[in-house]
Ligand binder design. Structure first.
Ligand code: GRG
Length: 295
């Protein structure tokens, strides 16, 4: 296994153990609700956002014990967003993380409530994290709530995305949607690692710029994979953007130009890392992983 694969496998194991300690067992009432939460949470996601948080924290010399509860909380918010995104009123999908979507398996009401549980439990986990000083916990709650909410976070981005379906939108508008829908939570994960490390204002600014480029790269490769990869490998329905008439990078620029754009954004992200006086090879490899990911 190469170094990055080992890093991701290690993160997944540690984050899953932490998640296991934070969500109720399926034997606890209301059992259906807890089963639904677990169905989506332990379905084998990439755990990219928690891995990014751990990588930034490690870069600034913080031990994983201090990082894991926040990393798990961010994964809970991400999973809630996927559960709600799959609902009939939104993207209406049957397949996620290689298995039936939460509402297909447990019904719409349970899926809505499972998303609610994941979101509220995430903030509970951050506020009750005794490994961090209270001040840092409050800062993290604010940071992550802004990234998950509105006016420039994930929920706002989702609304803008729904409104843009079937319309011809400008590249600037497309970027605004991605910046809030996908980029804000990716940035929050990276920034959270730096905040826990008590990095300087300047260092946090550089990490923010790196993460913004990484978030854009993640979205560009997501658009590419939607048209180039199979449903089986993605674990979610491929070709969805085209059938939903979504504005995407391949739709606007074509495949070749989109690949070139992805490379440019990747080099931009790596360029940011050169401004930090730390050993940043792990963060560079993460950008590399996003550029070349297959799912
Ligand atoms: C419903 C409030 C609300 C928000 C939904 C995340 C999201 C916002 C929608 C998902 C739709 C989508 C395809 C977004 C683009 C990129 C993205 C977030 C992909 C899914 O994340 P991955 O690839 O998934 O990290 P895994 O399953 O590996 O965690």
């Amino acid at each position: 296994m190469n170094k990055l694969k080992t890093f991701f496998a290690d993160c997944t194991r540690k984050v899953d153990d932490k998640l296991e300690s934070l969500v109720p067992s399926a034997q606890i009432e209301p059992k259906k609700l807890h089963e639904a939460v677990r169905w989506s949470l332990f379905a084998g996601g990439k755990r990219f956002r928690p891995a990014l948080l751990l990588a930034v924290g490690q870069t600034f010399g913080v031990s994983d014990d201090k990082l894991l509860q926040t990393a798990a909380a961010i994964e809970m918010i991400h999973t809630y967003s996927l559960v709600h995104d799959d609902l009939p009123a939104m993207d209406n999908d049957d397949l996620r993380r290689g298995r039936e979507t939460c509402h297909k398996k447990f019904g719409e009401a349970a899926a809505i409530l499972a998303g609610d549980v994941l979101q509220t439990s995430a903030f509970q986990a951050i506020s009750e994290n005794e490994d961090l000083p209270t001040e840092i916990r409050v800062r993290l709650i604010s940071e992550i709530a802004c990234a998950a909410g509105t006016p420039s976070g994930m929920v706002a981005g989702q609304q803008l995305d729904l409104e843009a379906e079937g319309k011809n939108i400008s590249i600037e508008h497309l970027e605004k949607i991605h910046h809030s829908k996908t980029g804000a939570m990716i940035s929050a994960a990276a920034r959270a690692g730096a905040i826990i490390a008590e990095a300087s204002k300047k260092e946090i600014e550089i990490i923010t710029n790196y993460a913004a480029k990484l978030g854009l790269l993640f979205q560009i490769t997501d658009d590419l994979l939607d048209v180039t990869q199979t449903t089986e490998i993605l674990g979610k329905t491929a070709g969805k953007d085209v059938s939903a008439k979504k504005a995407t990078y391949p739709a606007l620029y074509g495949l070749d130009e989109t690949r070139k754009l992805a490379e440019n954004v990747y080099f931009g992200a790596c360029g940011e890392l050169e401004k930090i006086d730390k050993e940043t090879s792990l963060l560079r490899e993460i950008a590399d992983f996003i550029l070349n990911r297959e799912k």
